[in-house]
Every structure is written in C-alpha cells, then in structure tokens.
Design a protein around this ligand. Structure first.
Ligand code: GLC
Length: 810
C-alpha cells in the first residue's frame, strides 16, 4: 500500500507542470514569451508573468496565476514612465536576460526564477530557488534569498526597532490605541521596504491593497517572503545603489508631499478636546501672553453637535465664526477633526444628502452598512467612488467659509467600535471606481481616499491655497494628500524612544510630513518627559502636542516655570530654523527627499550606521541626538565620517568618532555637518507675524560646499508658476580665507527688503579684511564683527535678492 501511494505521488508530481511546496504552487517551466515595448510577458502555464522596464533602475514584476491579468489600476502609482524604457534582451536555452543601462534581470526558464544584478555583476536580489513566486487558493507570494548581511528598513508605520530583519508584518490599517513595540499592524499600510548590504541598496514596493504580509527571515533564516491574501503579485524592484536613489525613484513612482502652507510647519497645540469657545480663546491668549510661539490650535470631537461631522455644538461654541476670526487676527489657524462615520439619523443634513446621492458603503444585501463610532450608529462614505469623493469635498464649504484653515481626518482605517473585526466586515461592498469589489480590497486605501477627497475638495473651494490635511490611516502614495501622525501612543519614555525609529521608517517610506503626539497621547507625562519630547518635536517635520480626554493639562507651560522656559526655548528653536526647514520641505516635494532620515541614508557605506536608531539626520545639515531616557544629562553619539560641529558649543569633531556630550534639560544634542549652510530667522510668535527682516546664514565651512535656500509666499500655488526664489549659496575655504557666493536666484519671487546676517564659524582669528564684491566692509562701522571666544565672524549686509560675493580674508 505504502509503495502504491509513493508511486502515485511520483506520477502526480511528474505529470503536473506546477511544482507544489508546502501547499504553495510555484512557477514551473517557461513555455513562451512575448516582447512588449517596455518588457516581456512570459507564459508559465497556468500563470503569466510580466516584466516591465519603467526606467533603467525600476523594474515591475507582475504575476497572475489565472492566465490573464486584471485591468491594470493602482491607487498608489502616479507615473510609470520614469525614464528611458529601452532594454536589450538575450536568450540561452536556460535563461532570458533583460538588460537596461544599469541593471540586468535574468529569468531562469525551468523553473521560472528571477535574479537581478547591478551593472558591475553584483547580485542585488534573487528568488528563492525552491519556491520563488507562488500561489495557493487566492494567496500570492514570493520567496527571496536572504543574504546574512542584508538589512531591511521601511515598511511604513511599524513600531519597534529601526531594522526589520528577523521580523514579520502585515498591512491592514488598524486602530490600536496604546500600541506596543511589537503591535502589528497599525494605522497605515505602506508595503515598501529597503534591502541594504554593504552600502548597496534596492527597494521593493508590493502594490497590492489587500492584506499583505512580509516575513523577513522570521520562519527561515535564509529566505524572506512577501505576498497578499488576494489580487496579483505586483511588485516594483527599485535599484539604488544608494538609499537616496531608491526614495527618489519611489517618489517619482508614487508622488511626493506637496509644499504645505508654511504655517503648518509651526508649533501646533491639540487636546481631546479644547472646549468651550472661551477656553480656546484663552488658550490662544496664553500662548501670546507667555510669548510661546504657536501657529495652530486643534478642535477635537467635542466641538461638534453630538459628534455629527460638519456641525457645531452651538452651546459650547456660540460664535464659532467669531472665534475663528478673532484667533486668526492673533495669528492662529484652527484645524478641526472630521471623521468618516456619519451619524445614521434622518434629518441630519449630511446623512440625508449622502443617502440621496448613494454615497455610503453597502452590505452585500444592498443596505448601507451601519456601525458604531463616536456619534453612535453611523454610515460611512464610499471614498472609492469618484462622485462620493467630490460630494465629501464639498461638505467642507461651511467650515472653509468661516476661515477654517486645515482639517484633521481620523478614525479612517476605518475604525468601527462594535464590529467583530473592528472595521467593516469583509463583504461590505465598495464602488472601487466602478469595479465593485469587497472591503478586503479597499480597506487599506479607505483612509487614503478619504484624505484625497478632503484635499481635492479644499483645492476646489480655495483653488490657490495649499490645503493642510492630517491623517491617521494611509496607503503608499497617500503622502500626496496628507501629513500623518503615529496615532494613540503613550506618555512613557519607552514611547518617546519608539517615536524615533517609527517616524524614520515612515519618512523613508514616502511619508515625509510625519510626527507623533508630543508628550504622548495616553497618560500624563512628567515635566521632563514632555520637555524631552518637545525637543524631539523640533526635528519631526510635523510638530504637534496632543492628549487624550480627561488627562491633565499638556501645554508648554503646564509643568512649572522652569519647564515653561525650557519649552519656550525649544519652540523658539523650531521657529529660528524655519527657513532651513521650509527648504527641506521644498526638497521633499521636488525630489522626494525625506526630511527626517536615518543616518545610514546619507552614509550607506558605513555599516555601523545600520544600527543607529536613536540618532538621525534632519535635512542635509543636522545630526540630531535626542535624549530619550529619564534623568540622562549626557548623550553618547556616534558621528559618521566627516567634520561635525556641536551646534551649541561649536566643538569640532572629526568622524567617524564616538563622543559623549552634555545634554542638560534645556537642550537637545545637535550637530552640524562641516560644509553646511543653515538658513535661520529671528523668532516670531507665528509664521506670518512679520516678513523675514533678517536672513541669518550660519556657515560651517569645509573645503568647498554649497546649499540651496528656497523661498516663496508660503501659501499659494504661485510657486508652480515660477514665483519662488531658489538660491544656491556656495562656500570655499582656502589658505587665504573664505569665499561665500550666492549665484543668481532662480524664479521671480521678490521677498521684502532685508538684511543678511552671515556667520562664518570656526574662524581661528580675526580676519584682516572683509569684502563684499569690490567694497571693503568695516568692523568699526558695525558691518562685521569677530567673536574670539566662539571663533565666529558675523557680517551684515543688505540682501538685494540676487548675486553676492563675500570674501573673508585671513
Ligand atoms: C482617536 C485619535 C485621537 C483623538 C480621538 C478623539 O483616538 O487617534 O487623536 O483625540 O480619537 O477624536
């Protein structure tokens, strides 16, 4: 009997063209292929695999087990022609090879497996020889060989450490308050990661909106795998060789964060909830009286009438329009929360309109799906429907009309309190832009399409004003519509420490406008914890303090006079650095450059940086070493290769080097890379308080370096019509002195007249002369000064807005 079964098994395996491993059907022998303009389509019966060239460095692999591809559509991808799509193809009895100018893709014919090499013959990535691409029922998955020394980063919003090797994750947007380091999944799904090995980097973006999962060596130490519970195996392999190249290409594929209104870069104050109206007014007045800069006040759910979106509780807010106007006059923008759950109640205008317009998601029986959120029973807009998105966008009109500046979209995983799955049941139907598919396919993009509807609606209502939208849930590409924060964290030192790698991984996954609830959402931080968190917040692109209902006050002045002074200084530093930060946002829009990024991002050859998760880069000039531990008054920092200056003391270090620096409560350890030029301004109480009267340039010379400084009106889209000013400032340091030049600016934006205050650091002795063009500047008349204690020469001259040539002669 045993022999019979064995023979039967052998016969079955031999007669089948589909090898089976552990329940997975794997790709077998290539039977034929067809050339296309941008690649080839390979038939491996019953499956089809398309390999297409988007640019010399970006290849798409798309496999369907069914023998025909579904209609091609992506919520994330905005651009598939990323560059030269030319390739050459060659064939041997065993292989087909596709070559671009920088990489080659080898397709083994039997069984069909993929290998990718760079132009120097280095193996970048290969399918596992046993399994490779597989399917089982509706599941699709690919197994890849995992080199021992390869590390993994990215994956969007994941808690825990920066490096993701030996871990597994899934992507299913989930509302999990008080999450822990190992809680997975969380609110956002960005199925994109980096593999890096000895400085050589590639990225993989699995563009599938179903529940996807990644196992980075968790089950098998020589393989990693990723896949989805349904849909097609559709992934992009993005070659580097540097991490920066990968993010730039991923950003061209999925879009970047458009420049936000400048006020959204200021300090933002939130709690669940500031009410009534008088309290909101007092909050604003306290900021101004105490001279603590602040741009934005948030209104959480209590401003609404019974949590009905797009309404006001007129008892708590008797004169909302007046409040918004008065606070605006004092420089505050108001950002209210809007959730997707619409109270299921006849007579409530949003419900009535939505029902009439068929805007709510329905059960398979055809009834609007009803689930509980804050207002009780709710129905939910179907943001995957084009009409519904434009209807949703139009709902903001009344709020926009009274001067509301931006919006906060929350609970959009979507979160449903009384559903066993905590979200819509799998069989709830979505329009899916006419494809009519179930919730399993649309869940992960629900939040993204909600913020898209909000963003596009605001664009219609205020066409030449940059919208500001904040979201909790998102999908890859959602950076085009909204900033994101990391949801309901805890007021603990552990969560402060976790905030850094979490924001870094989100940031390098395309979501560059990111931050955490400063002070922690759940619980009451000590003054020290709040102060340290706020210091970290200076260097998260999104800087907002927020807290749960019922918690103690969590404003910068809530912890006594000493902490108030410390917190004021922290916020002031953020405002001082705004010209620099704004330029980083410009680079984020232009190139997809993450503003906050891990040290390895700029130093990929230095493998020690792969483990640095408590230190990070902020733009190209700063290395930030926040204090994340209670009672610590010193901080150990490893500085990578190059010259580094302590921002506070001016101390100079020659990296790579490990140093210990003082970290008193009042300051965050901060280092500036040699060669940097940092643009700063004097402190204002809010961004539009007054135009820049002095542009401060802090120069930390190296042999030769240059930087860009970007400016525009800070609010409109005129910059897209050429009304901006992009300046390149370069510094050369020689034996005879320093040459600082600003080239002719690009763009036609004309800032108001101002002074440039230019400080050259690390100058050992007083210069013999300072010249601006041909004119000699005089120390006696205050045109420049030298401070010997700090070794800084400061020069003052009017900014005529264009070319200057300054010489500081030794
Ligand atoms: C969710 C949000 C939180 C908000 C609360 C009430 O928990 O994550 O930020 O304050 O809902 O709206």
């Amino acid at each position: 009997m045993k022999l019979f079964v064995t023979i039967l098994c052998i016969l079955t395996i031999c007669s089948s063209t589909v090898p089976v491993y552990g329940g997975w059907n794997s790709l077998g022998r290539v039977s034929s292929y067809e050339k296309q303009n941008d690649g080839i389509i390979i038939s491996i019966p019953p499956a089809l695999l398309s390999v297409s060239v988007l640019s010399p460095a970006v290849i798409r692999f798309h496999m369907t087990p069914s023998g025909s591809f579904q209609t091609d559509h992506s919520w994330a991808v905005v651009n598939t022609k990323l560059g030269d799509q030319k390739y050459t193809i060659s064939e041997t009895p065993d292989f087909i090879t596709i070559k671009t100018s920088v990489i080659s893709v080898t397709i083994m014919k039997n069984p069909c497996r993929i290998l990718v090499h760079d132009g120097y013959g280095n193996l970048l990535n290969r399918d596992d020889s046993v399994k490779g691409m597989c399917w089982s029922g509706s599941d699709v998955r690919v197994w890849k060989t995992m080199p021992r020394d390869e590390q993994y980063f990215g994956f969007g919003e994941k808690a825990g450490s920066l490096g993701k090797k030996w871990k597994s994750f899934s992507m299913w947007n989930s509302d999990i308050p008080a999450y822990k380091a190992d809680t997975d999944p969380l609110y956002q799904s960005i199925p994109f990661f980096y593999g890096i090995r000895k400085g050589l980097t590639y990225g993989i973006f699995l563009d599938n909106t179903y529940n996807t999962s990644f196992s980075m060596g968790k089950e098998n130490s020589s393989c990693y795998s990723f896949g989805a519970v349904d849909g097609e195996l559709n992934y992009y392999l993005i070659y580097g060789p540097k991490p920066v190249d990968v993010i730039q290409r991923f950003s061209r594929l999925t879009g970047t964060t458009p420049l936000p209104p400048k006020w959204a870069l200021g300090y933002q104050q939130s709690r669940w909830s500031y009410y009534p109206e008088q309290r909101v007014r007092e909050l604003g007045a306290t900021f101004r009286n105490k001279k603590i800069p602040c741009d934005v006040i948030y209104l959480d759910i209590h401003y609404m009438n019974g949590y009905r979106c797009f309404t006001w509780d007129t008892v708590r807010f008797p004169n909302a329009a007046g409040m918004v106007k008065d606070l605006a006059a004092d420089g505050f923008k108001i950002v209210p929360i809007i959730d997707p759950g619409i109270k299921n109640e006849k007579g409530y205008w949003v419900f009535d309109e939505g029902l009439l317009g068929d805007h709510f998601v329905r059960t398979p029986e055809g009834n609007p799906f009803v689930g509980k959120v804050w207002p009780g029973d709710c129905v939910f807009p179907d943001f995957t429907k084009i009409n519904t998105r434009s209807w949703w966008g139009s709902l903001y009109r009344n709020l926009v009309d009274i001067g509301i500046a931006g919006f906060w979209n929350d609970m959009n995983e979507p979160s449903v309190f009384d559903s066993p799955t905590k979200t819509f049941p799998d069989d709830v139907m979505h329009d899916d832009e006419g494809r009519m598919t179930d919730h399993r396919k649309n869940h992960n993009i629900y939040g993204m399409q909600m913020v898209r509807a909000t963003y596009e609606g605001l664009l219609k209502l205020r066409p030449n004003e940059r919208p500001f939208v904040l979201t909790r849930a998102n999908y890859a590409g959602g950076q085009r519509y909204a900033a994101a924060w990391t949801g309901d964290n805890i007021s603990s030192w552990e969560h402060l420490e976790m905030a850094v790698p979490m924001c870094l991984n989100l940031s390098i996954s395309g979501q560059s406008f990111v931050g955490t609830d400063i002070g922690g959402f759940i619980g009451n931080p000590s003054g020290e914890l709040f102060a340290r968190w706020l210091q970290l917040g200076i260097f998260t692109p999104f800087m907002r303090a927020h807290t749960v209902t019922g918690s103690k006050d969590k404003e910068p002045w809530s912890y006594g006079a000493d902490f108030e002074a410390i917190n004021r200084k922290s916020i002031e530093l953020r405002y001082r650095l705004l010209p620099y930060i704004y330029t980083q946002f410009y680079l984020a829009e232009r190139d997809g450059m993450p503003i906050m990024r891990p040290v390895f991002f700029d130093f990929p050859e230095d493998e020690e940086t792969y483990w640095q998760e408590n230190t990070f880069l902020f733009g190209n000039a700063f290395l930030v070493a926040p204090v994340l531990w209670e009672d610590d008054r010193q901080r150990d920092v490893r500085l990578p290769k190059g010259i580094w200056y302590d921002y506070w003391t001016g101390a100079k270090y020659d990296g790579p080097v490990s140093v210990t620096v003082d970290a008193p409560l009042e300051r965050i350890p901060l280092f500036v890379k040699g060669g940097s030029i940092i643009s700063e301004r004097s402190v204002v109480q809010y961004i539009d308080e007054r135009p820049l009267d002095t542009l401060i340039l802090q120069i930390y010379p190296s042999d030769t370096s240059s930087t860009v400084i970007y400016e525009d009106d800070g609010k409109s889209f005129d910059y897209r019509r050429g009304i901006y000013k992009l300046r390149t400032v370069s510094v050369t340091s020689t034996d005879t002195g320093y040459k600082i030049r600003s080239g002719k600016p690009e763009g036609s934006y004309k800032p108001s007249a101002r002074i440039i205050q230019l400080a050259v650091h690390d100058v050992p002795k007083s210069p013999s002369a300072v010249r601006l063009g041909k004119r000699e500047l005089h120390e006696k008349s205050g045109e420049w000064k030298y401070e010997s204690i700090h070794g800084i020469v400061t020069v003052y001259f009017p900014d005529r807005g264009d070319y200057f040539d300054l010489r500081v002669i030794k």
